[in-house]
Design a protein around this ligand. Structure first.
Ligand code: FES
Ligand SMILES: [Fe+2]
Length: 362
């Protein structure tokens, strides 16, 4: 099956040497916050300078979760058990009760992960042993006057790959979301897939403008400009445009909490001719409705994969985005195994993604 082959899959494709979103900046106060990154417990906190920091959530002294601690007046994270204190880099700075010697010693340090705050999110570098390279994914700016934003999170019972595929898979929208999203009169559209720096993009041509099942007639000439994109390691992006009428960019940031649980933040930035205050509640209500249907089927899919003790896939040419995501994730993991800092398109031995065009109905 060329680059869309389904053999050799396994559940966890997790490239580590990338930036992952871990929480919204507004959620990280002076109170430490626990989160997992593919089952690795981390504690996030703000140091004395207000900077977001991330340490492994285990006190080197006696294994107490550091996330149960507090931030001391000196900006160090203080363990709740015996009060050892750690600075933002994880260095042990104080051992209460000790009258001699220096608190600092490498064995008493808590391993740290690099952090970055960008676009209102706290990003953590996935590999504590390797210095970060590059920047976190940049959210798109909508410069149109009166543009609005809606952000909502959702925890999904599924793998990172399943969540990414679901976000970007068009064929299921006409079936699972029939009547809500698509699923009116069948319309023939063309999908054109190309590899782009750091990911893959599919452009859809010929979809009549409409909302839910209510669409302009095919052939009326009024169509959406529509792109779906995946960027390594965990970003899905859906963009719709009708020049002069609307632009919607839904960027979905994913955090793999564990092999079978994935957190997603939907960051919907939009501009329409209607005021943002009118559009916002519609986007939110419709988005949540669609998401409930996705969450239900993903959880059932996940449960079945576990019941059968593994995954099995049979694809057609319509599965062009899910298979591309899988290939790119696998390539990134392979590049790390080979010792590269991070994967770049075409770097590893995996075949390149071919330019592909598919015609189908939705
Ligand atoms: S377990 Fe943290 S100070 Fe003892
Ligand atoms: Fe969906």
């Amino acid at each position: 099956m060329g680059d869309d082959g389904d053999s050799g899959r396994y559940s966890v494709a997790f490239p580590r040497r990338w930036w992952y979103p871990t929480c919204r900046s507004s959620e990280l106060t002076r109170r430490p916050r626990a989160v997992t990154l593919m089952d690795l417990p981390l504690v996030l906190f703000r140091d004395g300078g207000g900077r977001a920091r991330a340490l492994t959530d285990r006190c080197p002294h006696r294994n107490a979760p550091l996330s149960l601690g507090t931030v001391h007046t000196d900006g160090c994270l203080e363990c709740a058990y015996h009060g050892w204190r750690f600075d933002g880099d994880g260095r042990c700075r104080a051992v209460p009760g000790r009258t001699t010697g220096d608190a600092a010693a490498p064995a008493r340090d808590a391993p740290g992960h690099a952090t970055r705050e960008q676009d209102g999110f706290v990003w953590v570098w996935g590999d504590g042993a390797v210095p970060p390279a590059g920047d976190p994914f940049a959210l798109p700016e909508l410069t149109e006057r009166g543009a609005g934003e809606v952000v909502f999170p959702c925890d999904l019972d599924c793998t990172l790959h399943a969540a990414l595929e679901n976000s970007l898979d068009v064929p299921h929208t006409a079936f699972l979301h029939r009547g809500l999203f698509r699923g009116g009169e069948p319309t023939e559209i063309v999908a054109v897939r190309d590899e782009v720096p750091g990911g893959v993009e599919v452009q859809y041509l010929g979809e009549p403008i409409g909302f839910g099942p209510v669409r302009r007639r095919p052939g009326s000439g009024l169509t959406f400009d529509h792109w779906d994109r995946f960027f390594l390691p965990s970003i899905a992006q859906i963009e719709y445009r009708v020049p002069g009428w609307l632009r919607i960019v839904n960027t979905i940031l994913h955090l793999p909490l564990s092999p079978f649980r994935t957190r997603a933040w939907f960051v919907v930035r939009f501009w329409t001719r209607a005021p943002a205050s009118v559009v916002r509640p519609v986007v939110l209500a419709r988005g949540r409705q669609i998401l409930r249907q996705d969450a239900r089927i993903l959880a059932a899919q996940n449960e079945n994969v576990r019941r059968f003790g593994g995954e099995r896939y049979a694809s057609t040419e319509l599965d062009l985005i899910g298979n591309a995501i899988w290939l790119l994730l696998r390539r990134a993991v392979q590049a790390e195994r080979d010792g590269g800092p991070a994967a770049t398109p075409g770097q590893a031995e995996e075949p390149a993604l071919s330019h592909t065009s598919v015609t189908f109905t939705v």
